[in-house]
Design a protein around this ligand. Structure first.
Ligand code: GCO
Ligand code: MN
Ligand code: MN
Length: 385
């Protein structure tokens, strides 16, 4: 019943199932698999697609001949499995050249190299079928504000995105950009730390119509925010181009946990939101298996992400069909006599609202039954309804 199918659009990055379990305190615990092996692993667990950073696929020091061979092998694996590449991105954070950022670096040579690397990576992504291109500014930030001017940094980031939008148009590519916010890690502070900040920034771009967001559960949780609200704002703005699903306990290091494994209730409201509004994009899992796992555990992790999503989707349908829950929802939203009073501005409406009998004492006395509604939701999630 909870078996992933292509129509569910479940995707994983090569870097997610390919994560070898290195952390700041310890060495890798899993042998690296090749991109071809990872495509087969993803096919085995039932994923629809695979995404990559340029250097997940082609090592940064590969020769042109090596690149071509790697791309040929990868395409063959895609053909054999039927997996698609809906999204691609650039690694602008691993190489020492990017230690002070890429597009926001103070060094113009680094900024030029970041553009060069990104244009090449866009070419590679498009060659493999990507329709969305993600920008995560992992090192676009600071440890100390003594080093970089925040306004200048925003200008540089804007110039780079304007340039790359023009590049995509010039090439005639069918590609949109999705900006991914994160408050910190690996830098002390990363610019444009939340999805809301990204949405404000996008409005300042020359081709803002090409640019949306890629919100990630863990990143908003790291900032102590409600992820579903961030996603809803992006949706309302027509900017939910992609999404990174994982989980994160507040106040911890960047955990990248299996989807739904830490905050089940918020994962439920997220899935319910995405399904209710009819989000048609990819459900991308940007997470990785615990460091305790071997590759069987990595498959358990990947299957778990998709299975939890599908169970929560089923729970959302049950919530929408539950008579007691829906009776409460109807009661909460019932017209208690002022619906006609509200609407867009007119002089008459302003006078009508000014003259209306609205007894604030009565309004303040009304109980809202949210306790009951939330408990019903919890019981539904716990499987006793
Ligand atoms: C992180 C980020 C990255 C990006 C990836 C795609 O916390 O490291 O989430 O995994 O999503 O670089 O741009
Ligand atoms: Mn992340
Ligand atoms: Mn991410």
């Amino acid at each position: 019943m909870f078996t992933p199918k292509p129509e569910h659009k479940f995707t994983f990055g090569l870097w997610t199932v390919g994560n070898i379990g290195r952390d700041p305190f310890g060495s890798p615990v899993r042998q690296a698999l090749s991109p071809v092996e990872l495509v087969h692993l993803l096919n085995e667990v039932g994923a629809y697609g695979v995404n990559f950073h340029d250097n997940d696929l082609v090592p940064i020091d590969a020769t042109p001949a090596e690149r071509d061979q790697i791309v040929r092998d990868f395409k063959k694996a895609l053909d054999e499995t039927g997996l698609v590449v809906p999204m691609a991105t650039t690694n602008l954070f691993a190489d020492p050249a990017f230690k002070d950022g890429a597009f926001t670096s103070n060094d113009s040579r680094v900024r030029a190299y970041a553009l060069q690397k990104t244009m090449n990576a866009i070419d590679l992504g498009v060659e493999l079928g990507a329709k969305v291109y993600v920008f995560w500014g992992g090192r676009e930030g600071v440890e100390t504000d003594a080093g970089k001017d925040p306004v200048e940094s925003l200008k540089r980031f804007r110039e780079a995105l304007n340039f790359l939008c023009e590049y995509v148009r010039d090439q005639g590519y069918d590609l949109t950009f999705a900006l991914e916010a994160k408050p910190n890690e690996p830098r002390g502070d990363i610019y444009l730390p939340t999805t809301g900040a990204m949405l404000g920034f996008i409005a300042t771009l020359d081709h803002s119509e090409m640019v949306g967001v890629n919100p990630e559960v863990a990143h908003e949780h790291m900032a102590g925010l409600n992820f579903t609200h961030a996603v809803a704002q992006a949706w309302d703005a027509g900017k939910l181009f992609h999404i990174d699903l994982n989980d994160q306990a507040p106040g911890r290091y960047d955990q990248d946990l299996r989807f739904g494994s830490s905050n089940l209730k918020s994962a439920f409201f997220l899935v319910k939101f995405m399904e209710d509004v009819g989000y048609e994009g990819m459900r991308h899992f940007d997470a990785h298996a615990y460091r305790t796992e071997d590759y069987e555990g990595v498959k358990d992790f990947a299957r778990g992400c998709m299975r939890t999503y599908l169970i929560l989707k089923q729970k959302a349908a049950e919530w929408n069909a539950d008579k007691d829950i829906q009776a409460l929802v109807a009661e909460i939203n019932a017209d208690l006599g002022a619906n006609d009073l509200l609407g867009s501005y007119s002089t008459d409406r302003a006078s009508a609202i000014k003259g209306a009998q609205l007894d604030r004492t009565v309004l303040g006395e009304r109980g809202l039954a949210y306790e009951k509604l939330d408990q019903l939701t919890i019981e539904l999630l716990m499987g006793v309804r």
